[in-house]
Write a protein of this length. Structure first.
Length: 309
């Protein structure tokens, strides 16, 4: 029997673990003739009773395992830890809040058997999501696909079923600054997508605020595109050309009309404009240098404090 590993990152999810297991156990029964299920919860430094509940369910079910970090290392660390410790022939990543419908696993597995390497999921709509978040999410995908060679599907979720070969390829990418949506696409392979209606969380509150999502999207631009650096270059070139035109204007005016242009306001405005461009360029370059600095430290991406593997 082949093994299906389900990786479930958790951060303050004490209310959702039991309902999640109840729902996925129903799917496990339907696939019990073909697959052995392995549940791998990754506790990302939760402050509530998440770890306590994981200990309890691990005692109740032999195929439920967990990793618990020494502190909160973030979503990307949780995903990586799960992928590194999963033993399955097929591996999937799911949210514990049931926004990822467990029943789709049956359809996804059928597509995998049909020859796909990866079966991903994408939301058909963004109903229930704040309008401002939907607007910026759509804007992100439009921009990133224009400036990056790695295509990222609008509405795609981390919920995807992958073969062992695909996961092994992802694990070869050992960078510290990780952006999983991009890494999943970058490795390639044959991918098919299943669309479904957006679902709300069954309980609790999301740990993703608007600003954390915005910062996460910036990580995507920096990790998978040189566009910000190109932007700073073109801003510098534009500023230089504008200054040349300004000098020519002053010279021609002096020769033809005489006198000089008066007014400190225009002078200050130009100085502020050029200074702003310089600061923007320095900031962009600094971001890339910071990423290089983090890579050279070679610190572990996560530290496991407790596990039952």
């Amino acid at each position: 029997m082949q093994i299906l590993s389900i990786i479930i990152p958790c951060y303050n999810e004490e209310e959702t673990i039991s309902p999640f297991l109840a729902a996925t156990k129903e799917v496990e029964k339907e696939l019990s003739n073909e697959l052995v299920f392995e549940y791998l919860f990754v506790n990302d430094g939760s402050k509530d009773a998440t770890l306590k509940i994981l200990r309890e369910v691990a005692q109740d079910f032999d195929n439920v395992h967990y990793l618990s970090f020494s502190r909160n290392f973030g979503k990307e660390a949780g995903l990586l830890a799960g992928l590194e410790h999963a033993k399955g022939d097929f591996i999937t990543v799911m949210d514990v809040d049931l926004q990822d419908p467990p029943e789709l696993l049956i359809q996804m597995y059928e597509k995998i058997k049909g020859g796909c390497d990866v079966v991903g999921t994408r939301r058909a709509d963004r109903s229930g999501e704040p309008p401002i978040r939907s607007f910026f999410s759509k804007l992100f995908y439009k921009l990133i696909n224009k400036v990056s060679d790695t295509e990222m599907i609008d509405g795609a979720r981390d919920f995807r079923l992958m073969t062992r070969q695909v996961v092994d390829s992802i694990l070869e990418l050992q960078e510290v600054n990780r952006f999983s949506k991009g890494l999943f696409s970058w490795v390639g392979f044959e991918v098919d997508y299943i669309s479904y209606e957006n679902r709300e969380r069954i309980a609790g509150e999301t740990s993703w605020s608007f600003w954390s999502l915005l910062n996460y999207s910036l990580e995507g631009f920096i990790n998978f595109s040189e566009a910000p650096l190109n932007l700073s270059v073109w801003a510098g070139i534009s500023s230089f050309l504008m200054s040349i035109l300004g000098i020519l204007f002053v010279v021609v005016r002096k020769v033809t009309i005489g006198g000089s242009i008066t007014g400190w306001a225009s002078t200050v405005s130009i100085i502020l404009f050029i200074g702003g461009i310089q600061l923007l360029a320095i900031g962009i370059i600094g971001k890339y240098i910071a990423k290089i600095f983090l890579e050279t430290k070679k610190r572990p991406i996560y530290i496991i404090k407790e596990q039952n593997l």
